[in-house]
Design a protein around this ligand. Structure first.
Ligand SMILES: C/C(=C\C(=O)O)CCOP(=O)(O)O
Length: 373
């Protein structure tokens, strides 16, 4: 019954957005599972599906929750209970409740395989750095698609729909996390839509790739860019390109995003979730300097946290708080702060809008120095 319901809804949406065509998917990743972002009606929707016997038919993971897995980001009773109900509903539908915005850490999404993912940064990451194919499916559609086993065959599930439409020259680099995020934001704001073909982008590390994908998809509707020499099959994309626009991003564009530093009361890394290298880098810098004057918060995936749990406990003495399964975007815990310093342009976009808290963008080392200023 519920599988039938999900299939019918997905087919109806496909009638509206893809001429009725659908595409089978290998995996799904659902967003909209934090009580903070979906509220009571969102929980009721998930409970309705679960109680009607719905079960996912492909491997399905979930985005971060309102509270982290250790309960460090304390929230009120109503939110905590709401999150538990979400967890139960997801579990009973067979979702792997991973509470991570970086499922690509362990789902290796091979090139040219189809996926129904909803977290925009993760969609942009697998499209751009793996040439795995996913559209940015809205959270409920990704879940219904996971139950049905297919989603509407929108443009990004076709080679034609992935044809580059603008050539972009990057005249700055190598790109560290903040700069990669700014490039994504500038590009997103200038282009808005279409498929960029990027020349000259040198990413300093994994974190910078995550930040680029996250900001491109935050500051625009774009969740795919072809990066010369990096995106698998980039030569084929160049051959089929139909360039109608040309953009250049240089050091002046990057500096225009850097405000005069306002003194923060907290330093935040990990939007999208910090990879192990970033976590270890922060810890080694902090160990050299001693306890930080201002607290440092790092959100990471449950997978990474599981490996460094003991280290995370020890680092509390240094005023470093590592947590997983939630983040300062989807938790109202952020409202405890007035000004957050971060190297994430995605966090810089959402934190003021969702929590009314100001943000200071800074390079990773600059952010760290603010913790001791
Ligand atoms: C803006 C967010 C995700 C995205 O860019 O897709 C964070 C909120 O995520 P939800 O999982 O929808 O709460």
């Amino acid at each position: 019954m519920s599988r039938y319901f999900a299939r019918e809804v997905v087919l109806k949406i496909a009638d509206a957005v893809s001429g009725g065509e659908v595409v089978p998917v290998e995996t799904a990743h659902i967003s909209g599972v934090s009580y903070f972002t979906i509220g009571e009606y969102g929980v009721e929707f998930l409970e309705f599906l679960a109680s009607s016997g719905a079960r996912v038919s492909v491997f399905t993971t979930s985005n971060p929750a309102v509270v982290d897995i250790s309960g460090f980001l304390a929230v009120d009773e109503k939110m905590a209970r709401g999150q538990e109900r979400i967890y139960k509903a997801l579990r009973s539908m067979g979702v792997s409740v991973t509470y991570s915005c970086t499922p690509y850490e362990f789902i290796l999404t091979r090139s040219r395989t189809f996926h129904a993912w909803a977290e925009s940064s993760a969609v942009a990451y697998i499209n751009t750095f793996r040439d795995a194919w996913s559209d940015k499916n809205p959270g409920p559609l990704a879940l219904l698609g996971a139950i049905a086993g297919f989603v509407p065959k929108t443009a990004l599930y076709t080679l034609e729909g992935r044809r580059p439409t603008a050539v972009v020259e990057i005249e700055h680099g190598p790109l560290e996390a903040l700069e990669a995020g700014i490039v994504g934001a500038v590009l997103g704001e200038r282009m808005g839509f279409g498929i960029p073909y990027i020349r000259g982008a040198l990413f300093a590390d994994e974190e910078s790739r995550r930040e680029f994908a996250a900001s491109l998809s935050t500051y625009s509707a774009m969740v795919f860019a072809v990066i010369e020499g990096i995106t698998p099959n980039w030569r084929q994309y160049l051959e089929i390109a139909d360039f109608r626009d040309k953009f250049k991003i240089d050091s002046r564009d990057i500096s225009s995003y850097l405000k005069d530093a306002e003194t923060p009361d907290v330093i935040y890394f990990g939007c999208p979730f910090a990879d192990i290298d970033t976590v270890l880098w922060v810890l080694s810098e902090v160990k050299k300097r001693g306890p930080a004057r201002r607290p440092i918060y790092i959100s990471t995936s449950p997978g990474v946290y599981g490996q460094i749990r003991k280290l995370a406990d020890e680092m509390r003495e240094y005023n470093v708080n590592i947590f997983s399964g939630s983040c300062l975007v989807v938790s109202p815990y952020t409202r405890n702060f007035k000004v957050v310093a971060t190297d994430s342009l995605k966090a810089a976009f959402y934190i003021p809008r969702l929590h009314g808290v100001r943000v200071v963008p800074c390079r990773r080392m600059g952010c760290l120095e603010l913790a001791y200023a």
